[in-house]
Design a protein around this ligand. Structure first.
Ligand code: HEM
Length: 139
């Protein structure tokens, strides 16, 4: 699994559109996630507003790190292992993927082109693949 420089660039440039709407985006994301998968809701123990801010921060770091994969991968592996401790199961990754892409479509509107969608789907698959492999030994 890899991401092309062009795709990393598309994720980063579309993320700049999302950034000023970070709070709304995070809100939409969690509402959608909990609608798709009610089993995900109970896993989040903290304040959902703080959670939302964290979500956006994480996206920003991950998106920035796409240009520097060798640094990102060990960090993402550790993140995957920690998620086992949060009670996350493999199927939750599919729910998060669906909620994330749905939210991006809504927030980016016309900027959500097929290429942008493909770039985010690839970026997410890559991050989730590394996390799942570190957690359970299979992507
Ligand atoms: C690419 C995928 C994901 C990324 C980049 C990501 C990132 C993070 C980060 C950075 C944290 C903060 C704590 C830490 O660093 O260990 C966190 C916490 C957490 N994540 Fe994720 N995550 C991902 C997927 C998921 C999935 C699939 C779920 C399941 C629905 C999930 C649920 C949680 C929960 C429950 C916490 C702890 C929050 C709390 O204690 O309230 N994450 N995540």
């Amino acid at each position: 699994m890899s991401i092309t420089p062009r795709q990393a660039e598309l994720v980063q440039s579309s993320f700049r559109i999302v950034q000023p709407m970070a709070a709304t985006t995070a809100d939409l994301f969690y509402k959608k996630l909990f609608e798709i998968d009610s089993s995900a809701a109970v896993l989040f123990k903290g304040d959902i507003k703080q959670q939302g801010q964290r979500f956006v921060q994480v996206l920003a770091v991950a998106v920035g790190g796409l240009s520097n994969l060798s640094t990102l991968v060990p960090i993402v592996k550790q993140l995957g292992v920690r998620h086992v401790g949060y009670g996350i199961r493999a199927e939750h990754y599919d729910s998060v993927r669906e909620a994330l892409l749905w939210t991006l479509a809504l927030v980016l509107q016309d900027a959500y082109t097929d290429d942008v969608r493909g770039a985010w789907a690839t970026a997410y698959a890559m991050l989730a693949g590394v996390m799942k492999e570190a957690a359970w030994g299979e992507p």
